[in-house]
Design a binder for this molecule. Structure first.
Ligand code: PGA
Length: 250
């Protein structure tokens, strides 16, 4: 971890959470007032809860984000949500290109790039997700796939303040399986090289998160790996105690 990169621990609630889930957020806010974290803490609940959570988090250091946005500013796209709407509801971040979106909604790198661009235009910081499937890893295509995703999904104008990368092996998400320390180190070093090649110092400053079955037990080992600047957490972010346990391992 470079001194200049403050770690980020981000929670992705996916399609989970109702009004009553605010109890978990309240616990996080309370912990934040009592204990100083060495990382930024971000929660990405469903869009329906953003404003509610934003109001609850007023004055606290908890940041809020969306889980996806449309690639266009506005218009006739029934059921979609724009980056500006997320910002208006209290988000300061948005995740784009999550593998569940890429798989469930056939999102290509080109679509993800448009989303990242729309997010930046609306003033949101963007977390761009990349990662290989189990089959791609078996076929030794991991770095090739990730190289392509990085090149094609990240807009040219990206900077260290606007953009965070999340490496999430698809086979590690929600499976309880994690890559070895060596595998994580290899991919994160590769991503860093690619970012520096393309963005220079800005690439050096971009945070690279690891995501996929992070929990309070494995967090300290994963977060200590070179070029791992935080975590993107799914299942374990739903409970404040688990999510806090991960963030507090810094
Ligand atoms: P998981 O999900 O922590 O439940 O594996 C991670 C993610 O999809 O961001």
């Amino acid at each position: 971890m470079s001194k200049s990169r403050r770690p980020l621990v981000a929670g992705n609630w996916k399609m989970n959470g109702l009004k009553k889930s605010q109890a978990e957020v309240n616990k996080l806010i309370k912990k934040l007032t009592k204990q100083h974290l060495k990382c930024d803490l971000l929660l990405c609940p469903p869009a329906t809860l953003l404003t509610r959570f934003k109001n609850a988090a007023k004055g606290s250091r908890l940041r809020l984000g969306g889980q996806d946005c449309h690639g266009q500013e506005k218009g006739a796209h029934t059921g979609d949500i724009s980056a500006q709407m997320l910002a208006d509801a209290g988000a300061t971040f948005v995740i784009v290109g999550h593998s569940e979106r890429r798989a469930d909604h056939q999102e290509t790198d080109r679509i993800v790039r448009a989303k990242a661009g729309a997010a930046s235009a609306a003033g949101l910081k963007v977390i761009v997700c990349v990662g290989e499937t189990a089959g791609e890893r078996r076929q030794k295509k991991t770095l090739r796939v990730i190289g392509r995703q990085l090149t094609k999904s990240i807009p040219d104008k990206s900077s260290s303040s606007s953009t965070v990368i999340a490496y999430e092996p698809v086979w590690a998400i929600g499976s309880g399986k994690t890559p070895t320390t060596k595998q994580v180190a290899e991919v994160h070093a590769f991503i860093r090289r690619k970012l520096v090649q393309r963005f220079g110092d800005e690439g050096e400053g971009m945070r690279i998160l690891y995501g996929g079955s992070v929990n309070p037990v494995n967090a300290s080992e994963l977060l200590a790996i070179a070029n791992v600047d935080g975590a993107l957490v799914g299942g374990a972010s739903l409970k404040a105690s688990n999510f806090w346990g991960i963030a507090a391992s810094y």
